[in-house]
Ligand binder design. Sequence first.
Ligand code: CMC
Length: 371
Amino acid sequence: MASVTGLEGVIAAYTEIGLVDGELGHLVYRGYPAQELAVSKSFEETAFLLWHGRFPQEDELTALKKRMSHYRNLPDYICRILELLPASIPVMSALQTAVAALAEAEGSAWPPSLAQAERLTAMLPTMIAYRARRIAGLPALQPDANLDHAANYLYMLNGRKPERSHAKALEAYLILGMEHGMNASTFASRVIVSTQSDMCAAVSGAIGAMKGPLHGGAPYEVIAMLESIGSKSNAEPWMRNVLDNGGRLMGFGHRIYKTKDPRAQALRAVTMELTGDDPSFDLAIYVEDTAIRLLEEYKPGRRLFTNVEFYAAAIMRAINLSPDLFTPTFTAGRTVGWTAHLLEQAAINRIFRPESIYIGTMPSMLDNDLN
Ligand code: CMC
């Protein structure tokens, strides 16, 4: 049933990119279950699939990796923008600014192109790492052309080649976060590009939508929640206190999923492999089980389950990413989905122009006309 508030149930587009089945708990990218892609394919292979609708041949994959490795390098003026913004500006806002500024660069104009999609996807991790290291007072690092996308991101953040298990866990997370139907940021980006504005403007707008705690900002809040809970004995009283005061448990609930979010289940398995019997993982599992029970008690019939953000936070903590990089890292993966949608939108484009129903007061001079 469609609803005006939150556009629930409203169909905004036909798409061949991704299917989110909230009743059965399926997430499909171009015909393939996302959970399978996360464990069997690389970031670059999955990005190619979302952009082209098929997997790359070996030579196509080699060429894509080569181009993306070239595109990782930031233009000087983007580095200067990332340096100039005050340290108090969140990384997401710095990213939004830097991506918007790319719009003036050669080759970024309408219509959106595959080269623009590859370039933005390749550049996002460099922007994040550049900004993070400079804020921390560390020298920025040049990308390492010998490393793949996920491993290079960790290298640019930490200055050392990552453990293979960390790079694989991050890659699985980035793949699972790439695409998710007509979510708020994807919709925002399609609306922007439908005006024939450029791909950078659309991705910059999507980053703005992603920043909010009800969308991509949730993993940061999940960590804050787990840290505040601190121990199993405190879990139930802590969560009851939130729910008694009308608050929300972060990492739970979803507009579309009315069963377990398949991404959360896949990430839980990846986190378990990575952290083994680490006490923080044990606490996360306990909090998850308790939260689901309490949500059923406080919100009967709403079918609130764990969403992707809950275990995303656990993975990112396990690979030692600082919490202010959780949402930017989600963004680095989602850029693939946004750009795939922008290419699709441009191919069939008609400007988005919904209507509203005016429920305010009318000027008295019109009263006579209406009567
Ligand atoms: N904790 C407590 N109550 C909740 C929660 C929650 N996490 N989520 C929904 N509810 C309740 C809500 O209070 C409402 O109750 P009532 O009917 O009594 O007013 C009912 O469930 C329906 O909520 P809603 O706000 O109408 O649901 P929505 O579809 O508009 O919101 C959501 C979806 C994800 C914004 C929401 O579940 C939420 O705020 N979750 C916490 C934040 C979070 O984890 N966000 C990450 C989402 S996954 C990332 C992504 O795919 O973008």
